[in-house]
Write a protein that binds this ligand. Structure first.
Ligand code: 5GP
Length: 114
């Protein structure tokens, strides 16, 4: 549990198209985008899944939404709309066990999900 793919991106050990960085948060383009605009927003501190969140992580998790709001506005999607999604564990499709918000925009996004 001491290492994961996204920690390697944070440490610049593997490349990523980084679009946002603060002291606590990093965001980069998804390598397999599901929409014209698809960014992953992660805390620099590792939390594996939503199930592992602690009360003291609430502020940090809120920062992920602040990043989503700022990125969506900067990319011009604030008015048209965008989606943020966080998958938890296998049945929801989580494949990287370092929590991340998917920020998706740039095409009509259907609802309900399949
Ligand atoms: P999950 O399925 O866990 O919700 O989302 C993991 C996401 O990470 C997927 O959308 C996948 O395309 C993305 N991903 C996996 N490996 C890499 C990588 O090495 N670089 C980047 N930028 N994204 C990755």
């Amino acid at each position: 549990m001491s290492d994961d793919l996204f920690l390697k991106i944070i440490r610049r050990e593997i490349p990523a198209d980084i679009v946002y960085e603060t002291e606590h948060v990093l965001a980069f383009r998804d390598i397999h985008p599901q929409a014209p605009y698809h960014v992953l927003i992660i805390p620099k501190q590792r939390i594996a899944t939503i199930n592992d969140m602690q009360p003291e992580d609430e502020r940090l998790m809120g920062r992920l939404f602040t990043a989503a709001r700022e990125l969506a506005a900067e990319a011009g999607f604030a008015d048209d709309g965008y989606r943020v999604v966080m998958n938890c564990n296998a049945a929801a499709g989580q494949t990287v066990f370092h929590v991340h918000l998917h920020l998706l925009a740039g095409r009509p996004l259907s609802w309900p999900l399949g």
